[in-house]
Design a binder for this molecule. Structure first.
Ligand code: PGA
Length: 253
């Protein structure tokens, strides 16, 4: 299966004109790559603008969504609204949103709404820190159990899991590098948790990608250790780096 590379722009770039330039440059660089799936998750306000630029080769993602279908929810954007503007993937439960107080129940609702709108949820899980014990495994287990709690059995394989250890994200203070082995260990654990919930055959159809300071230097390592894709944040804002990551992923299938 092709690797899935999702650039998470977070709250960047500051100007819409720069967003257009960035997307266009990435699209040009990615144009020749036939064996990788590229997605760019942009700030909501840029979505209609980016929808004009999005292609099958570089498609559009969102960074969040409402947990409700429609109604009196000031400031919220629904999954079906995103779907009308060519959004295909929606990041849900990113650690930066969990830190703002997003609850496990709300994250589960968001996953459900995204699936109901025919879009692909990218459910972020990951421990805040590793303290030497094994507690971090139960933290991720709990995030998986709640994140999948409202997913219909027939749609399990549509959910993509992004393992993002918070301690490895580029903006985390005193961050540390996660190694491909860290990813590999956790991906085995994630599949075990999924197998306990849904059975081994289903667990193997669910894609697990890695995020946390991914760049052109470490991308190959994570992909070679079985990551189904990557979720670079900072590196997705530098076309040269993002295109280099796509090129690496294009070769490792
Ligand atoms: P980073 O961000 O690549 O800048 O660490 C990844 C993320 O938080 O999604």
């Amino acid at each position: 299966m092709q690797k899935l590379i999702i650039g998470n722009w977070k709250m960047h770039p500051a100007k819409a004109t720069d967003a257009v330039k960035l997307f266009t440059t990435i699209k040009k660089g990615a144009g020749v790559l036939r064996h990788v799936e590229a997605v760019i998750a942009v700030p909501h306000i840029y979505i209609p603008l980016m929808a004009k630029l999005a292609t099958k080769g570089v498609s559009l993602g969102a960074q969040d969504v409402s947990g409700e279908k429609e109604g009196p929810y000031t400031g919220e954007v629904s999954a079906s609204m995103l779907a009308q503007y060519k959004v295909r993937h929606v990041i849900i439960g990113h650690s930066e949103r969990r830190a703002l107080g997003e609850s496990p129940d709300l994250i589960a609702q968001k996953v459900r709404q995204v699936l109901a709108a025919g879009l692909t949820p990218v459910l972020c899980v990951g421990e805040k820190e590793r303290d030497g014990g094994m507690w971090y495994l139960s933290e991720v287990q709990a995030q998986l159990e709640s994140g999948f709690s409202l997913v219909p059995k027939t749609q399990l394989e549509k959910v993509i899991i992004a393992y993002e250890p918070v301690w490895a994200i580029s903006s985390t203070e005193n961050r540390k590098d996660a190694t491909p082995e860290d990813f590999e260990e956790m991906s085995i654990y994630i599949r075990k948790v999924l197998a306990d919930m849904f059975g081994a055959p289903k667990a193997h159809t669910i894609r697990v990608i890695y995020g946390g300071s991914v760049d052109e230097k470490n991308a190959a390592g994570f992909l070679q250790k079985g990551a189904d894709g990557l979720l670079p944040g900072k590196a997705s804002l530098t076309p040269k780096k993002f295109i280099a990551i796509l090129t690496i992923a294009n070769e490792i299938r």
